[in-house]
Design a protein around this ligand. Structure first.
Ligand code: S0N
Length: 283
């Protein structure tokens, strides 16, 4: 496969991430890299706000069809919440200020990844641990390097993610194994992760990006609207009314292109009664 040329994109002044898009012959991919290798790519609120901003760019950019989420370097995808800025009421944007109010910025980001109408692929080298493990869970696909290690540490560090961290993990590996993750806080290697259905494939570390880009290229050759609907179909039952809303609004997008919908719009603008008589009442 020919090498990928990555070009910085988005707002360009990120501190904690890199946001890049691919050039020909692999155009159509946006890559978000958590760039805090000194802490195994742990995220602080700033990191999460920047990933969120980059995802919004990827969503709005009609040349982008697939997003890769990854971590800088071979040692970690992400080691979860940066424990140095964990306050008494969540994670702090102004660490050191005794009165600072924290929150979980990661909640919104997890939902944003799940609802993004383009596939998101986790490209995992090294550790995907704690909240970093949950980030790969919410991605649509996971390509793992052979040095990848997966696990939850919550009960070790006095926390847990009973939302996606429990439910999506249970969906993927079954309830007994998911409880093992959380109740024992063990780590699992890439082959174990593949065997339990936690990742899509495992490749040698030096082929990780090549393989991930190949999977992206395959998706980019497919119908973008069909991929959008496939993703929202998987999401529909998990996301309650919001999931159904996404599917429903996607059907609106298609219906707007029809003469039947346009008759309603044109009649309103012309201040006349709409005439739907020429449209079939489908069996
Ligand atoms: C990743 C691990 C296994 C890597 O081990 P390794 O390779 O031996 O490296 P270390 O020497 O341990 O680490 C290198 C340097 O990086 C720092 N560092 C690593 N991880 C973190 C981190 N998460 N926060 C801050 N610093 C980190 C090390 O301290 C070391 O620094 P120096 O060189 O200065 O000593 C290993 O590092 C490890 O186990 N890390 C901790 C993993 C962990 O427990 N993460 C937090 C788990 N919790 C969450 O992620 C919760 C996230 C969250 O936001 C949330 C979401 C929903 C609901 C609740 C929560 C919640 O927080 O409660």
């Amino acid at each position: 496969m020919s090498a990928v040329t990555w070009t910085p994109a988005g707002d360009g002044d990120y501190q904690d991430i890199r946001y890049e898009t691919s050039g020909e012959p692999h155009a159509g991919i946006a890559k978000i890299t958590i760039n805090r290798p000194e802490v195994r790519n742990a995220f602080r609120p700033q990191t999460l706000m920047e990933i969120s901003n980059a995802l919004e760019h990827a969503r709005e950019d009609t040349s982008v069809g697939v997003v890769i989420l990854t971590g800088e370097g071979p040692l970690a995808f992400c080691s979860g919440g940066d424990q140095r800025v964990r306050g008494d009421t969540g994670y702090l944007t102004e660490p050191g200020k005794p009165a600072a109010i924290g929150r979980f910025h990661v909640t919104d980001l997890q939902i944003q990844i799940k609802r993004l109408p383009k596939p998101v692929v986790a490209m995992v080298a090294g550790y995907a641990i704690g909240g970093g493990h949950v980030l790969h869970l919410v991605c649509d696909l996971t390509i793992a390097a052979d040095n990848a290690r997966f696990g939850q540490t919550g009960p070790k560090v006095g926390s847990w993610d009973g939302g996606f961290g429990a439910s999506l993990l249970r969906d993927l590996v079954g309830p007994k194994k998911a409880k093992e993750f959380w109740l024992l806080c063990r780590q699992y290697d890439a082959q174990q992760a593949l065997d339990m259905g936690l990742v899509n494939t495992v490749v040698p570390l030096d082929r990780l990006e090549e393989e991930t880009v190949q999977w992206c290229d395959e998706m980019l050759a497919l119908s973008p609207f069909a991929l959008r609907l496939v993703k929202s179909s998987f999401n529909a039952h998990e996301d309650g009314y919001s999931g159904i809303q996404q599917l429903a609004h996607d059907t609106n997008l298609l219906f707007y292109a029809s003469e039947e919908a346009q008759e309603g719009r044109e009649a309103y603008k012309a201040k006349r009664a709409p005439d739907f008589s020429r449209f079939p009442r489908r069996p």
